[in-house]
Design a protein around this ligand. Structure first.
Ligand SMILES: [Zn+2]
Length: 225
């Protein structure tokens, strides 16, 4: 800021532009920078959700071709989130277990390179995050999920399939089937009690609200363990 102030005072608009563009550049951490960051703040650690949360299942769509890109994006089907996010999800899952359900994760922490790839494929920030900003998934702070029956592991009926671009996927879209409405309501309201807010246009996407200070990361899953 000091440089900008001085530059403006001295009437050097060129210098102020240069320092502003540096400030606006997205800060993306590689593995080494991430490791330094967790030494300073252990809450920044990415936790393996499958190991941390008893009873959850994974169905990581981007590790298969069964996703909107029709390409395999991840080398491994893994799910990670920052420590407080993982802890909140563990508590929410305990509540779901009491109802006879458990969480099934479609996607969690997403390396920044995957967000860049999505944008190359789709090229429209209405549907995918802009590489200029990254997404909360890149910060280990958002989870895509649904509920399954605890015993059979069958998915509960929800308004649409995962990653649907249809209007029915909106979190407040009207639902005529009472069972589907009940399932969506339990999912959204329980997660909201643990600090997660549903995305307006995606019933399966939940942002953890307390994510200040968590940077965008670009570390492939295989480098995390
Ligand atoms: Zn999402």
């Amino acid at each position: 800021m000091k440089i900008i102030t001085i530059a403006i005072c001295l009437g050097f608009p060129f210098l102020s532009l240069v320092s502003q563009s540096t400030e606006n550049k997205l800060n993306v951490l590689d593995r080494k920078a991430y490791e330094r960051s967790i030494q300073k703040n252990s809450n920044k650690e990415l936790i393996n959700l499958e190991k941390k949360i008893p009873g959850i299942t994974l169905d990581i769509k981007y590790a298969t071709r069964d996703n909107f890109t029709k390409q395999v994006i991840y080398k491994e089907p893994k799910a990670f989130a920052r420590k407080p996010v993982a802890e909140a999800l563990r508590k929410a899952n305990l509540e779901f277990l009491q109802l006879g359900y458990s969480i099934k994760i479609f996607d969690a922490y997403r390396p920044y390179a995957a967000t860049v790839k999505f944008f190359e494929i789709v090229g429209d920030t209405r549907y995918v995050a802009s590489p200029k900003t990254g997404s909360r998934h890149n910060k280990g702070c958002a989870i895509d999920l649904t509920l399954v029956d605890q015993k059979t592991k069958r998915e509960l009926s929800m308004p649409t399939e995962y990653d649907s671009f249809r209007k029915e996927a909106w979190a407040e879209a009207s639902v005529s089937d009472p069972e589907i409405l009940k399932n969506r309501t339990i999912l959204i309201s329980t997660l909201s009690q643990y600090g997660f807010r549903v995305n307006k246009t995606e019933w399966w996407h939940y942002d953890f609200l307390d994510c200040s200070g968590f940077e965008v990361l670009d570390i492939p899953f295989e480098e995390l363990e």
